[in-house]
Design a protein. Structure first.
Length: 136
């Protein structure tokens, strides 16, 4: 469906931007002008859930003319990965458990969150520019 195509581009771009921006303490123009913060936990929770949902739906409903799974694999996997990392960050900020395994996993995720952000932004850009590509 073409609606999921548009939503996939929007949510992959937003999730990639949030992952690349990280938890920097600097105030952006969005926060100054519109009083809207990308670091807001509720926003990140909703963005993570919707990005994962759109990634899953993108696998289930391909765009006309593409192969059913391969045609939308990169944006779907980027959405699933970015949404998962955003949700994991939300969970870790709310969790009071301090386990050695969870801290090791959190360290691995925090080291690779920028790479997932780049992949998510790249998938959104490529998906926008080349709508009928074989693996996009």
């Amino acid at each position: 469906m073409i609606q999921f195509y548009l939503l996939s581009i929007l949510f992959n771009a937003a999730a990639g931007f949030v992952l690349l921006r990280g938890d920097s303490g600097e105030e952006s123009s969005l926060e100054r002008e519109f009083r809207f913060s990308l670091g807001n936990e509720t926003f990140r929770l909703v963005l993570g859930i919707l990005t994962m949902a759109i990634g899953l739906l993108k696998l289930l409903s391909p765009v006309q003319g593409n192969l059913p799974v391969l045609g939308d694999i990169l944006p779907a996997l980027a959405g699933l990965g970015a949404g998962f990392i955003i949700l994991l960050g939300y969970y870790q900020s709310r969790s009071s458990l301090d386990d050695a395994r969870s801290s090791k996993a959190a360290e691995t995720v925090s080291r690779n969150r920028k790479w997932v952000g780049f992949v998510s932004l790249g998938a959104a850009l490529l998906h926008f520019l080349f709508p009928q590509a074989f693996l996009l």
